[in-house]
Design a protein around this ligand. Sequence first.
Ligand code: DAV
Length: 374
Amino acid sequence: MVWSADKTEVKSWNEWDTLRHVIVGKADDGHIPPPEPALDAKVPEDSDMRGQWGRRPQESIDKANELLDNFASMLQKRGVRVDRPSPFDFSLPAETPDWKTESNFGCMPPRDVLLTVGREMLEATMSYRCRWFEYLCYRPLLQQYYNEDPKMRHEAAPKPRLTDADYHPDYLSEKIGEAKRLEWAAEKFFVTTEEEPLFDAADVLRFGRDLVVQHGFTTNLKGIDWLKRHFPEHRVHTVNFPGDPYPIHIDATFTPIRPGLILNNPHRRLPQDQRDMFEANGWEIVDAAQPAHNQPPPLCYSSVWLSMNVLVLDPKTVCVEKSEVYQCDQLDKLGIEVVPVDLRDAYAFGGGLHCCTADVYRDGECEDYFPTLS
Ligand code: DAV
């Protein structure tokens, strides 16, 4: 069936088929949330964010929104339908019977919250208390898609309790040190426990009938098991990247570009035993180019590897952050048309071009890209 802009349809099976309809986040009212167990584990030990929290400066919000709006208009000019979330007052405390934290986070990165698999949009559990209510920003859109597309499935994973039992106290220390963190990551000892299923949508990559999920700070093994049970028609694969001292989200680490080609962060290489399924099925895993920056922008959670956090528009066309000249050049040499997008001043609000988007519709059907597994 041919996609039409007049009719709402939810469908996306992978990360690369032609993008027709997408959600782009907003920086409105972005907050640095107060300390809490899972969040503290992710803020780098030398970060300028340690010890401060509250609403981000208005001029940084305005600048980030300008960039996100420009990105959205560029996509629209290319014929992609773009929807935007509805922020709520993120300065409000977030509270359940089990815990309270003084503020919410924001709604710049829909990729963290929403996982589109075929005709389903699934709200992730999340693992930070400050992000527990974030799904509300997307409910008006999900409700609209549900009303307009009779085949759309709106699902939400069980809301987690997020009591202290969900977090290893060892990670509460201010000074763990990178060597220790790398040791823990290699042992798969992460901040989250196995108390209950936890996952962020940005830990999941979609390869047709295979889902590749990173086990790390934001997704535990129970979360991956939940995904297996929830998607019984899929093969769900657990991956780890031992070189990452702050392992959250797969999308600055492992980036499929088109069938057969994946960029991998050279500091966080996929271990050999986990590469086999890719190599046996003709997938090439190449080291991503070096980032163009030595430091993330101010007050940013993410690493410089947002350089590889790209948005694929179709298997020959990829949006790359404009200042990431080495990443642009590498993709150009691989025969990809690079669309440069200015987004760096929005990174602090929750990530790069992949993070700040969530698929609603891509062409293509559910294919098997790993036939040796059948
Ligand atoms: O490298 O800091 C960022 C991922 C954002 N979704 C990193 C991971």
